[in-house]
Design a protein around this ligand. Sequence first.
Ligand code: FES
Length: 297
Amino acid sequence: MMPTRSTEEPFPALVGQIDSPVQLGLPFALRLPSNLLPHWDILAGRYFLARCSDAVGVERDSDWSIFLRCPLFVCGRQPRAQYDRWQLYLPTGTEGFARGFPGFKKGQSSGVDIGFRWLAQRPLQGLLNLLGPFGNGFTLQALAHNLLILVDYANDPAWFWRLFSLCERALDRGGRVTILLRSTSEKEIADLIPLLPVQVEVCTATNEMDWQAQLLLTVGWADRICAGIPASRYRELLGAVQETRFHVDKNFAQVLVRTDLLCGVGACLVCAIPTARGGVTRACVHGPVFDLIALVD
Ligand code: FES
């Protein structure tokens, strides 16, 4: 079956076909209709919401829990003759709003988000019902520049996969890319490094002192920073930027926030996060990528 658009949902959905084995904590490939986003668009920070159930008809009318969708962030896309082959990251699923939600049957939770666990059991060539793509992703300058990618892999491996596609995009524009990876050991990230384009300069930090030193060093020459780090490190990053630059330009440092994403359209408020001005904003529609100075001052 070819990927298609479904009209059965309250919102028009997409039906994609699984094109590689699905595993928790890794990207998998999905065939989707061509041209969902223009081909020059930056994909890092964009996401789909996947329906985590096969339920149809009466069952669907009586069990609203199936409308709790799980976010799948985009890691890449390759155009094919009749469809696009997307790579989507399936989280390890140990965090998540849906786990233990009253709508789910007792005994189904085993420490992994029940929606992600359902997705991990989908067979090759099975179909997935998606909404999206949603979100404002990272932005890069049009001209060649020095891009610094910060990834706190020790905090969550998802950061690596969610920012991964930025490397190719920046290199395509003739830029230079450095990635600074924080991990608990060199061994933990040994398998990731060969996946990066050979032109990418890789810096690693396996303890806090190394991280701080490398951060100051790499931030100093960057023209743009794209970060996958927890909110607890935002102030530290802003401090490093302020120490090495007289003025922090708009969008100089961008962060992908971690929050629950359920509706993707600004309706449920589960993704609300605090802003630097003391307000709140909905990450699903105004992010999930934000200018660092919009979140901390
Ligand atoms: S995910 Fe529902 S308002 Fe953002």
